[in-house]
Each structure stands twice: as C-alpha cells, then as structure tokens.
Design a protein around this ligand. Structure first.
Ligand code: BES
Ligand code: ZN
Ligand code: ZN
Length: 508
C-alpha cells in the first residue's frame, strides 16, 4: 500500500519541509499550460525548463496528463513531474481521483519511490484545495492496489517502486481530516479486491465466512449459517446449487447498528457469492472459465460495504447477507429439470444449472426480508453475461421497483464514479419465466432479454411489493481486463463506493 501523508506548505515553490526526502516533486499545470505558483517557482529554479517542456511537447496540462523532467538542473530531486488538471473550474473530487490514480501509475512507471505533490490553486478552483488534495490521495491509493502475493521469482526491476506520496498544501490538517474518512473506504476496497482476486481453492464459502468474521473487530455482528440451519429454514433453492460441491454452502449475515434508533428498520444488502461457477451440469466452456472465481463479486461488495460503513462508524442500521456456494458438476449435483422449493415456498424448475446466481439470491433475499423487515433491499450479483452485451464494462445494470430509489442510485453512481444504468421490468418479461410444471423456471423461454428475465426472477422473491428494491447486475464491472484510472487491471469492488455514497447522502 502506498503510504499517504499530508504536510504543511506555506511558501510557494519548493521550500516546504518534507517529512522524508522525496526523489520526485510534482507540480500542477492547468489546461493551456497555465502553471501553478510552485510550477512557476520551479521554472525559475531550473532556468526555464518547465516552460520549455510545456512549450515543446504534447503536454498541455490536460486532465490526467503527466510529464516528467528527468534530473532537472538546479533541483535536488531525480525528477520533476508536471501533472495536468485540465480546466481548474472543472477539477472536482472525481476528476482529482482520476488524476491522482494516473499520477501514481506515472510515478511508478518512472521508478519513483517517494514523491511530494504540491497542491495549490491556480486561482480558478470552485472546490476547497484540501478536499482536492484528499481526493488526489484517494485516487492514488486506489490505483496503487496490488495483488502479487503469489509471485515468488520476480526480479527487482519488475517490482513496483512507488512507496510514498506526500501532499504538500496550505491546509494540510483539513486535507488529512478529509482523507481519514476516505482511507476507510480504501481499506474496504483493498480487502474486497483481495477476496475477488483470490482463486477458488483459497476463497470458498467457509474461508469467505471466516474473512467476514474479522469484521467483528469493527463492531459488526457476524453470523454464519451452514447446511443444517439452511435446510431447517427450507432454503432448497440456494442449497440445490451447492449440492454438487465438496465445500459446504454458507449464508453469512452481517449486522451494523450505527443508527440512532436501535429499533429503526435496517437497509438490507444482499450479495451473490458463488465462489466458483463451473455452470454445474450445464457446464461452461473451458475457455475463460477461470474468470468464474470472481462470481462472488456481489458478496464481496456487500462485505466491503459493511467494512466501509463500520470503519467510518456510519450512523445507520444496515444488514448484509451473502449467499455463498460453489457451483460444481458432480454425481450429487442438481440436474437440469430438477424442481426445488425455495424458502418462500415457491417452486422452481431448474432448466439450466448455470443460471445459479438467481437461485442463491432467491433464498438470501427472502431470508433478509423475513428476518429483518428492512426499509429497502438492494442486491448485487455478477448475474448475467447478457448485461455485458447490453452495457459493456463501464456501468452496472440497475433494475428497481421504485423510481425514487433508482434515482438515488443513479445520483450516487455519478458522484462515486461507479455508474449504473436502469433497465426495465414488466409483465411481458415476467411471463417468460413461467414454468410448465412449477411456479417458475430459472431461465427465460428463449434467450431474449436475459438480464431482464433474471431480474424478474429475483422480483418474485420480494415479499411485499411496496418494499423498495433494487438489483444491480455487476457482471461487467466486477473485474477489469485493463488498467483504469483508479484500479489496476484485475479485481474491482463495484458497489462498495456506490452504496457507501448512497448511504451517506440519503440514509444517514
Ligand atoms: N456467473 C454467470 C454470469 C457471468 C458471465 C458473470 C460472465 C460474469 C461474466 C452466471 O451464473 C451465468 O452463467 N449466467 C448465464 C445465464 C444463462 C444460463 C441464462 C449467462 O449469462 O450465460
Ligand atoms: Zn452460472
Ligand atoms: Zn454465476
């Protein structure tokens, strides 16, 4: 993890006392090459090198652009980096996160170890500089995530170099204070990404539940139900998915009671936790099957959200329910055509054992509502390949029975950078999952509208039509195949930042 710190910076230029001696200084440049006061001072110290660099190349201070001057004459550092912030008026929290992330990647690419970033206004900002500094740091920390525990033979020059970034600004105290809340989210994001990155021989229902138990330290009450308890509750839908696996299925229940009224109905978050999805007897093709280790991304996000909320002591009552199973083909596995009875009493004809996420959520959703009578329910699941066809990898699919909740999620998405896009629900789609021999079947009559019929299936497990419910299909956003500004390629934590924002803005 990159060590983030904030230091007082009073004089313009480079006189700020650094906690440690950095090998890199970073100064801000806005669009059209407008230099920050520090960049101006550094230009003087280097005999005009900064202005010359901006004049001679492509770097013009656009958002997220970065330019390195190596061994600049007159400065005691190995490199001077100019960081573009675009139009300063538009440089808001989200833009600062992206720029911070790009900066971290740039510094690491340039083999920097310790950097000092001088954060100041060029005179046109609408946003408090301390907040901008905190969000630059947040973005750098998010991008600095690594999952390299299984590499044992890397040579030193293949290892990441960046260890620390110090942000120097006038109001360092305010920035540090602002960052202290963001730091809790960083910690939650990191553990979620760890869980999602881990292969399925390491993270399976029991070991995932063990991880969840660690939240007890933060004041979260954690219960783990096994097959015996779930059988008693009649969770035939969830249990059917796990019956071909050597790993015992689990239901993890996490409660955070931070609300002022202890009796206040909680918000419920429910996650699909398929620790590996082979497809079961309706087995998936070999090519790319390894990706199905991250089919527990929904449960991972619920875990991360609980960690973030408890970490920052959110003033709200929340319950997180994670349905954990492994979907395997086996002599004991369920067959296409099997009929199972869910906890709700509704029967399901399992026409395709690869449409298992909805079977897990059916019982997890019902349990959450029956036990906790929540004021709203939001589920997260890597549910359908069809949502990737529809929306690609930049937005999650949103389905909801409640316009106000859908609006809140869209707003929280824009603010947190974890965007959602709403798709419809309706009777025409619902009909497609009527079964000939049971109350419903687990796939649509044909391949049409696959993400919507999946959502319709889930809606049949919302006990009371009036309960605000939203379903987030995160199949396209739980993993990234390329580096993003605030996430290196690999596991994501889609939902943690979105739902933390939702809770903070509308429910605390
Ligand atoms: N876990 C998959 C969905 C998925 C696909 C997630 C790609 C991430 C990337 C889910 O369990 C599944 O297999 N869904 C099927 C449903 C179909 C059988 C109706 C699908 O999308 O093909
Ligand atoms: Zn599947
Ligand atoms: Zn799945």
């Amino acid at each position: 993890m990159i060590d983030i710190s904030f230091a007082e910076h009073t004089a313009s230029g480079t006189n700020a006392k650094a906690k440690s001696s950095p090998d890199s200084w970073v100064a801000l440049v806005a669009e059209e090459g407008k230099l920050s006061p520090a960049a101006v001072a550094l230009d003087k110290q280097t005999g005009g090198a900064v202005v010359a660099a901006v004049a001679s190349g492509k770097f013009k201070g656009k958002k997220g652009q970065a330019l390195t001057l190596v061994a600049p004459h007159g400065l005691p550092v190995a490199r001077l980096v100019l960081l573009g912030i675009g139009k300063e008026k538009e440089f808001d929290a989200l833009a600062a996160q992206s720029a911070g992330g790009k900066l971290a990647a740039h510094l690491d690419g340039a083999a920097a170890k310790k950097a000092k970033v001088i954060v100041e206004t060029l005179g046109e900002t609408k946003h408090p500089v301390a907040e901008i500094a905190a969000h630059l740091a947040y973005g750098a920390a998010l991008r600095g995530y690594r999952f390299d525990k299984y590499h044992t033979t890397r040579k030193p020059d293949e290892l990441p170099t960046l260890e620390a970034i110090e942000f120097a600004l006038k109001d360092a105290k305010a920035a540090a204070k602002h960052y202290s809340a963001l730091e809790k989210i960083v910690a939650a994001v990191y553990t979620t990404r760890d869980l999602v990155s881990e292969p399925a021989n390491i993270i399976y229902p029991q070991t995932f539940a063990d991880k969840c138990k660690e939240l007890t330290k933060l004041g979260v009450e954690v219960e783990v139900l096994g097959v015996k308890e779930m059988t008693k509750l009649g969770m035939g839908s969830l249990l059917g998915v796990g019956q071909g696996s050597a790993k015992e299925s689990k239901l993890v229940v996490m409660q955070w009671r931070g609300g002022t009224g202890k009796a206040e109905a909680p918000l419920a978050f429910v996650g699909k936790g398929v620790t590996f999805d082979t497809g079961g007897i309706s087995i998936k093709p070999a090519n790319g099957m390894e990706e199905m280790k991250w089919d527990m991304g929904g449960a991972g996000a619920v875990f991360g959200l609980m960690k973030a909320l408890a970490g920052r002591k959110a003033k709200v009552n929340v319950v997180g329910v994670a349905g954990m199973v492994e979907n395997m083909p086996d002599g004991n596995a369920q067959r296409p055509g099997d009929v199972v009875t869910s906890m709700s009493g509704q029967t399901i004809e399992v026409l395709n054992t690869d449409a298992e996420g909805r079977l897990v959520l059916a019982d997890a959703l019902w349990y959450a509502q029956e036990r906790f009578k929540p004021r709203l329910v939001i589920d997260l699941a890597t549910l359908t390949g069809a949502i990737i066809v529809a929306l690609g990898t930049s937005r999650a699919g949103l389905f909801s029975n409640n316009d106000a909740l859908a609006e809140q999620l869209a707003e929280a998405g824009k603010k947190s950078g974890e965007d959602v896009w709403r798709l419809p629900l309706g009777d025409v789609y619902d009909k497609q999952i009527d079964s000939q021999i049971a109350d419903m079947q687990n796939i649509g009559a044909d391949r049409e509208a696959g993400s919507i019929t999946a959502a319709q299936f889930l809606q049949r497990f919302i006990k009371n039509k009036e309960t605000p419910w939203a379903h987030l299909d995160i199949a396209g956003v739980a993993w990234t195949k390329k580096d993003l500004d605030t996430a290196p390629k690999g596991a994501m934590e889609f939902g943690v930042r979105l739902l933390n924002q939702l809770v903070a803005d509308f429910y605390e």
